[in-house]
Ligand binder design. Structure first.
Ligand SMILES: *Cc1c(COP(=O)(O)O)cnc(C)c1O
Length: 423
């Protein structure tokens, strides 16, 4: 692909972008009277304009109907989560019975680990990526302790080779094979939050299954970013949050996937009334009879207010389509990479983009190691109304999001970065 560092080129790309109209459906923070350059959609996605009306609908139904809203609201609260199932299944490439919207991300990870981390005999270890998001490390280590085992012995990470920053796919597979029958579970991110590296879900899943282990993924940075095919790729479980690429608001409701092969089986789980067979839920019987779908993992009734926002956001993903979003994302992120490399070249190679260039190993995020005053550059960008993210000691992260970012955003970001590098 040939790029050009000019406003005219960027605007021509935007004019040809079939997803262009989506930008106008979002509220952007402003800086000096114009939309900020918002490259932190991997951290908190922007607010869809339609979110406020969706929330108001539920508040009005609550005001007007009280408890009767459970069955008589415009979107009855009793079955609210079911209205999110079809879009969620399309979003992550799953069957409808394999997905459920519920709880929050780390809670879902715990509930799924109850079912899928069951250490036995020699098979006690969990393999994860180097430096997963801290919450995942806490969850995995505490689950290991919960089984009376020692995280120092049981929680293994795949590390990059000396001098490298990301993982080689063949090293992940080799580690799985090396652990063999000591391995109970491989639990990876879909995209590493720090490096932006995307992992091969199918390759990792197949390797885990070959040694008799389960495979699960935390898709916090994968859902709404990668074109996922969970059913076909075959992991045993996955979970994600909705406030990053899925634009569903701070602390929004999360999602979970359990592969079809585990539905209706005797897997242990922590149960609650919303996982009980819905036809009999209100008989309030003492014996738990699980739903034959991923809803068996639900414990509580649906949090309608965050779900109202999530409904709006999912509907946008339905209209945009992951295939088109992903195609734009590869183009947009490729442009940003090219712009940053140009600036780096004129400044003695001060930026080292550690996110792999291969589109199979990356999503909408670029992570840059800064040789020099990275913190100063970040602070100057922030002062100019550019939203990106700084991780000590030396990583600058940015995510051009295909749903609402433009090629012009990337061009203007390049202008701002070039000036901020000068000091
Ligand atoms: C963002 C993120 C979380 C956050 O967890 P919550 O339960 O939503 O607070 C956890 N894990 C990963 C990998 C993340 O990227």
């Amino acid at each position: 692909m040939t790029f050009e560092n000019s406003l005219a080129y960027a605007q021509a790309q935007d004019a040809a972008d079939p997803l262009r109209p989506f930008r106008t459906e979002f509220l952007f923070p402003e800086h000096d009277g114009r939309a900020a350059i918002y490259f932190t959609g991997n951290s908190l996605g922007l607010q869809p304009k339609a979110a406020a009306a969706a929330l108001k609908q539920e508040l009005d139904d609550w005001a007007g109907l009280g408890v009767e809203g459970h069955f008589r609201a415009k979107h009855p609260w009793y079955s609210y989560h079911e209205e999110l199932t079809a879009s969620t299944a399309r979003l992550v490439g799953a069957l409808q019975e394999e997905v459920v919207v519920m709880n929050q991300l780390t809670s879902n990870l715990h509930f799924l680990l109850v079912s899928f981390y069951r250490p036995k005999g020699r098979r006690v270890k969990i393999l994860t990526e180097q430096r997963p998001f801290p919450s995942d490390t806490y969850a995995l280590a505490s689950q290991i302790r919960f089984h009376g085992l020692d995280p120092d012995q049981c929680l293994m990470e795949v590390r990059p080779r000396p001098g490298e920053h990301t993982l080689r796919p063949e090293d992940i597979i080799a580690k799985i094979n090396e652990l063999g029958d000591a391995l109970a579970l491989v639990c990876f991110g879909g995209v590493n939050f720090l490096t932006g590296q995307a992992f091969d879900l199918k390759g990792i899943t197949d390797a885990a299954h070959q040694v008799g282990a389960f495979a699960g993924f935390d898709l916090a940075h994968g859902a709404g970013n990668l074109h996922l095919k969970l059913h076909d790729d075959g992991p045993d479980f996955a979970c994600w949050c909705s406030y990053k690429y899925l634009n569903s608001g701070p602390g929004g409701v999360a999602g979970a996937f359990v592969h079809q092969r585990h539905l209706g089986t005797e897997l242990p789980r922590f149960a609650g009334w919303w996982g009980h067979d819905k036809r009999e839920r209100f008989r309030m019987e003492r014996t738990f009879k699980p739903m034959p779908t991923a809803e068996a993992w639900q414990v509580s009734n649906a949090p309608v207010l965050p779900m109202a926002v999530h409904r709006v956001a999912l509907e946008q993903f339905d209209r945009a389509g992951m295939e088109r979003l992903r195609a734009k994302s590869i183009h947009l992120t490729g442009y940003l990479r090219w712009i940053i490399e140009g600036i780096s070249d004129t400044h003695g190679g001060m930026f080292n983009i550690i996110t792999p260039q291969d589109p199979a190993q990356s999503g909408a995020q670029l992570s840059i190691l800064v040789n020099g005053d990275g913190r100063g550059i970040f602070d100057r960008l922030t002062a100019r109304g550019v939203f990106c993210d700084w991780r000590e000691p030396d990583v600058l992260r940015m995510a051009p999001v295909p749903m609402y970012n433009s090629f012009e955003d990337v061009y203007r970001f390049g202008e701002a970065l070039a000036e901020c590098v000068e000091g």
